[in-house]
Design a binder for this molecule. Structure first.
Ligand SMILES: [Zn+2]
Length: 381
C-alpha cells in the first residue's frame, strides 16, 4: 500500500501487543542511487545484523521465535517483490505471533533500519508525510480551466471546465460602437466564467481537502479572479506557477514540485524563527529534551519540533507511559522505568497519539542550538 495519509500512520502507531514485540523494517530502494544488486546486498546485511542482534537478546523463547519469524517473512516478501519494485523506499511492520503485517511503498528513501520494539517505529513515515502537502493546482485562461491534484510526487486531473467566451476581436477588425459592445459582452462572459471557476475551486478545496492551492494563469485574470475567491480559498492560495491549461501534465507537475520545495523550505525556516523568538521572550515554547518531554507528558504540547537526524536513548514508565531523559524511577508511579532505544521516536509517537503536530526540521537549523528538540505549547502552565 502506498503511504498516503496521517490516518494510516495513526492506526499503525496504535498497534501494540502486550506480549510480543513488533519488527519495523525500512529499506532504501532507490534505483537512481543503487543497482538492484546493491539493494539486495543491503537487504541481506540488514537481515543478518538483525539475526545476530536477536541471538544475543535475552527474551523468552516464544517472543524470540516470533521475531525470527518476522525476519523470515520480511526476507520472503522482499525476494518476491523487490525485482519489480518501483518505489524508492519500503517499510514493513510485522508481529507474526499476532498475524500483524503492514507494508508501505514510500516515495522518499528512508534510512535502512531494522528495529525490534513494543510498537511500530513510525518516525520515518511521519517524517515523509510531513514533507508532502496535498496541493490543488488551478490553471486557466478565458476559454478553459483545469484543476489538478498534486500529492506524493504524482499529478491527477480533477476537473476540466470550458468557458463560453467569444474570441478577442483581432486588430484591424470591426471598429467603433459595435466593437466596444462586443468587447463589453466578452468581458462579462469572462467574468461569468471566472465566477464559475471560483465556485468550483471552493468545491474542491473545502473541508480541508487540500493544504495548498497553486494558481497558473495570466496576471490580468489573476487580478480579476482573486477577489472572487472565497476567503477560505484565498488563505490556501500559496503560490503561482508558470503554467497554462494546455501544458502537458509532466510540465505542470515539474513546475508545481519546484514551487512546493521552495514553500516547504520557507515554511520550516519560518517555524524555527517563530520558535526562537518565542523562547527568547519566554513565551509559549520550550526547548531541550528534558523540558520538552515534561511538557509532552502533561499534554501541554501543541507542535513538536525535532531535528531530523536527532536520536537518543531514554526511558519510559510502563504504567503511565510518561517519557524521560534519564529518570530510573517514574516520579508519579514510583516504579522502575524501561529503557527506550530512541526516546525521540517515542516522543513523536506520543505526539501523534495525542493529535500534536510534528515538524521534522532539517539539520543545521537554529533548532540544533536549542538541544535539537523543542515544542510550541498550548498554554502557559
Ligand atoms: Zn508512571
Amino acid at each position: 500500500m502506498k503511504l498516503l495519509g496521517r490516518d494510516q500512520l495513526e492506526t499503525l502507531a496504535k498497534f501494540q501487543d502486550k506480549e510480543f514485540l513488533t519488527t519495523s523494517f525500512f529499506l532504501d530502494t532507490s534505483k537512481n542511487r543503487m543497482s538492484k544488486k546493491e539493494i539486495q546486498v543491503s537487504l541481506k546485511n540488514l537481515i543478518t545484523a538483525g539475526r545476530l542482534r536477536l541471538d544475543r537478546l535475552s527474551l523468552p523463547k516464544d517472543k524470540k521465535e516470533s521475531l525470527y519469524q518476522d525476519l523470515d517473512e520480511i526476507k520472503a516478501f522482499c525476494s518476491r517483490n523487490l525485482p519489480a519494485y518501483n518505489y524508492v523506499g519500503l517499510a514493513l511492520f510485522s508481529c507474526s505471533s499476532r498475524r500483524f503485517w503492514k507494508e508501505f511503498n514510500l516515495v522518499k528513501s528512508p534510512r535502512n533500519r531494522l528495529i525490534f520494539d513494543r510498537n511500530p517505529y513510525v518516525r520515518p513515515l511521519s517524517a515523509i508525510l510531513n514533507e508532502y502537502h496535498r496541493t490543488c493546482l488551478l490553471t486557466f485562461d478565458a476559454k478553459e480551466a483545469k484543476w489538478y491534484e498534486i500529492y506524493m510526487g504524482e499529478i491527477r486531473l480533477l476537473e476540466n471546465l470550458t468557458g463560453d467566451v467569444p474570441s478577442k476581436i483581432k486588430e484591424g477588425g470591426r471598429e467603433g460602437y459595435s466593437s466596444k459592445r462586443i468587447e463589453r459582452h466578452r468581458a462579462s462572459r469572462v467574468r461569468d466564467f471566472l465566477k464559475q471557476i471560483a465556485k468550483t475551486t471552493f468545491m474542491f478545496t473545502k473541508d480541508d481537502a487540500y493544504d495548498w492551492l497553486f494558481l497558473g494563469c495570466l496576471d490580468e485574470y489573476r487580478l480579476e479572479l482573486e477577489p472572487l475567491l472565497h476567503p477560505y480559498v484565498q488563505k490556501k492560495l500559496k503560490s503561482r506557477v508558470r503554467v497554462k491549461p494546455n501544458d502537458s501534465q509532466s510540465k505542470i507537475l515539474k513546475e508545481a514540485l519546484a514551487a512546493k520545495d521552495l514553500l516547504k523550505k520557507q515554511e520550516k525556516d519560518e517555524v524555527v524563527q517563530r520558535f526562537v523568538a518565542e523562547i527568547a521572550k519566554d513565551g509559549l515554547a520550550v526547548c531541550g529534551l528534558g523540558y520538552t518531554l515534561r511538557k509532552l507528558n502533561r499534554g501541554e504540547v501543541q507542535t513538536l519540533l525535532v531535528s531530523r537526524t536527532f536520536s537518543k536513548p531514554g526511558r519510559s514508565c510502563p504504567r503511565c507511559k510518561f517519557l524521560f531523559e534519564d529518570e530510573t524511577v517514574c516520579p508519579s508511579c514510583q516504579i522502575e522505568t524501561n529503557t527506550q532505544a530512541d526516546i525521540i521516536d517515542e516522543a513523536v509517537e506520543t505526539a501523534l497519539n495525542t493529535s500534536c503536530e510534528v515538524k521534522h526540521i532539517n539539520p543545521h537549523s537554529q533548532l540544533d542550538g536549542y538541544g535539537h528538540i523543542g515544542a510550541f505549547l498550548r498554554f502557559k502552565a
